[in-house]
Design a protein around this ligand. Structure first.
Ligand code: ZN
Length: 573
């Protein structure tokens, strides 16, 4: 493909609302254009990437034995009404009236439609298992579409639904999907973890998220460096922390003046203590009461666990006024010693032999505080797991905190939809039974953006070979016949060998061409310029090479062969 004939409208400025790397770079690189809030065009480069992601997903789904179908995006309202989701979905569901006044909706997900297929077409246990999947546009009326392709109102998804005779079969289908997902994310060149999600009603390991590890991600997860354990911080189990300071002090509690120093950071600096010696005391409102949660200074309160410990649905951080009222001091000076209300204490606090905490008096802290002697409270696991915690699942592994973007989700649905909608089959004794279902999603258009979130630098995108819009970016410098001739020859040789090559043949300055090449992010760049060519060479530079000056000289006669080999090596499993 010749750049001069392509449609690659690169621009210097990102859209004003773009904050994510992927949103900025997809826009600047001429991959996508906004049409409306959360609605995008895929321009030629963007569509090539989308099709590659889709291709990998489709190949691995087919390999797993799943059957591709295509269900409509426009759905008669009766199906969602049958399961009650017409009302349950709330304003996120796009509802439409047709000319006759009939209710329709745009599909946000397709459980009802696929269950309708199953109840009409699957009759006997002999036909099971089945896994039906599609790659289809979905719609959700997000209140705040943002992040470009990360959270749009129209997006491309792969959704699959398995049908089995019993739960054991469903677990097998689930495992088959898990393996397919691992192959998909491996082939895409992503760093990710499979995270056990809360399993809900069915129990066991029947639900997992595939989280791509990205600093800008919305979800916080901890993962072990030694085994497969990974979990959302809110559900992660916390092993007792290593002993830090068990020597209980015999010194009396002493009040110290800490003028204006309320935060953990300020107090540790001012008093010369570590955060692990601090008793962080936070006030929450739980069921109308103000309660105090005490955790170690370097730990954070897990509000889900705190709510569970207090037997309420939710807890909220107390307002400044509530803090003043409950402690008699400004925010930053609360502490458990002498506190009149309910106190809940994280287990790790028990190991602090001589702690520092707020004195419930503005501008004062207390030293030499320890649990049992100076205050008591209900003890439990109240903190968020974090970097450095011991893995609860293996011996000697350590947890690290990551941020992630959910790129896939697999779970066993059970008979929720089949029972409601009457999707039954006849078992071996001719008894009708509801089909046991599983559900497996991958956000295909979201993966385009997620890949960039993980693969970029200050100059642009760095595509993994498997999903790059082209594999080789050929840059010719100057208009000399020798240069253009050598570039044309290389371009043709690569195309003939099946390599996807974009030749920047424009009459532009080298600086402009290299800037665009870095921005677009094709994995291999080869430059044909008069100077190197006079010595019989071209310059080869992988996009992953950070040093802009570091290019490899390759004899022009070998260039096509070397590039073909590099592309194949990068695509090899
Ligand atoms: Zn482990």
């Amino acid at each position: 493909m010749l750049f001069s004939r392509a449609l690659i409208p690169t621009v210097k400025e990102a859209p004003a609302d773009a904050t994510n790397a992927s949103h900025i770079l997809l826009s600047r690189g001429g991959y996508i254009r906004k049409v409306g809030a959360g609605i995008y065009d895929f321009l030629p480069l963007g569509y090539r990437v989308l099709r590659k992601v889709e291709g990998i997903v489709r190949q691995e789904m087919d390999r797993s034995g799943a059957l591709e179908i295509l269900m409509p995006a426009l759905l008669p309202g009766e199906l969602f009404k049958e399961t009650g989701r017409w009302d349950l979905y709330g304003p996120t569901l796009f509802r439409i009236k047709d000319r006759k006044g009939g209710d329709y909706n745009l599909g946000p997900t397709h459980e009802e439609i696929v269950t309708d297929i199953a109840r009409r077409e699957i009759r006997s246990w002999r036909e099971l298992p089945k896994n039906l999947y599609q790659v289809q546009v979905k719609f959700r009326d997000e209140p705040r579409p943002r992040g470009g392709l990360l959270r749009g109102r129209e997006f491309l998804m792969k959704d699959a639904y398995s049908f089995d005779a019993d739960e054991e079969g469903a677990k097998k289908s689930y495992e088959t999907m898990r393996q397919a997902y691992v192959r998909i994310f491996d082939r895409m060149g992503l760093r990710y973890r499979m995270v056990q999600a809360d399993s809900g009603a069915i129990g066991g390991n029947t639900s997992a998220e595939f989280q791509v590890l990205v600093d800008s991600g919305e979800d916080a997860i901890v993962a072990c460096d030694k085994c497969d354990y990974a979990a959302n911080v809110e559900v992660a189990t916390v092993k007792p922390p290593p002993d830090l300071d068990r020597t209980a002090t015999s010194e009396p509690v002493t009040k110290v003046h800490t003028p204006g120093h309320g935060s953990i950071e300020e107090v540790t600096k001012f008093l010369g203590v570590t955060a692990a010696q601090m008793l962080k005391s936070l006030l929450y409102v739980a069921g109308g009461q103000v309660v105090m949660a005490v955790v170690r200074g370097d730990h954070d309160v897990n509000e889900v666990r705190l709510a569970r410990a207090l037997k309420v649905d939710e807890v909220f951080l107390a307002s400044e006024a509530d803090v003043v009222k409950a402690t008699g001091a400004k925010v930053g000076f609360a502490g458990p010693v002498g506190f009149k209300g309910t106190i809940v204490v994280d287990r790790a606090v028990l190991q602090i032999g001589a702690g520092v905490t707020g004195a419930n008096e503005t501008d004062y802290h207390l030293k030499n505080v320890r649990y049992g002697r100076d205050f008591v409270g209900e003890v439990g696991d109240l903190r968020l797991a974090t970097t450095g915690d011991a893995c609860p699942s293996c011996d000697g592994g350590t947890l690290t905190l990551y941020r992630g973007i959910e790129a896939g989700h697999i779970f066993i649905l059970g008979t929720k939809y089949s029972a409601t909608m009457g999707a039954t089959f006849l078992d071996e004794s001719q008894t009708p039974k509801p089909l046991v279902m599983g559900c497996y999603g991958i956000g295909v258009s979201r993966l385009v953006a997620t890949t960039i979130e993980q693969h970029n630098d200050e100059n642009g995108i760095r595509w993994p070979m498997s999903v790059a819009p082209y594999q080789v970016h050929l840059v010719s410098i100057g208009r000399e016949d020798a240069v253009l001739g050598a570039a044309a020859q290389l371009h043709d040789a690569l195309e003939k060998a099946g390599v996807e090559v974009l030749w920047d043949d424009r009459d532009e300055r080298p600086g402009v061409k290299f800037k665009d090449a870095d921005l677009i992010g094709i994995p291999l760049r080869v430059t044909v310029g008069a100077k190197a060519l006079a010595a019989g060479n071209v310059e080869l530079k992988p996009r992953s090479e950070p040093d802009p000056k570091k290019a490899e000289l390759v004899p022009v006669a070998d260039a096509a062969r070397v590039l073909v080999e590099r592309v194949r090596a990068a695509l090899a499993p």
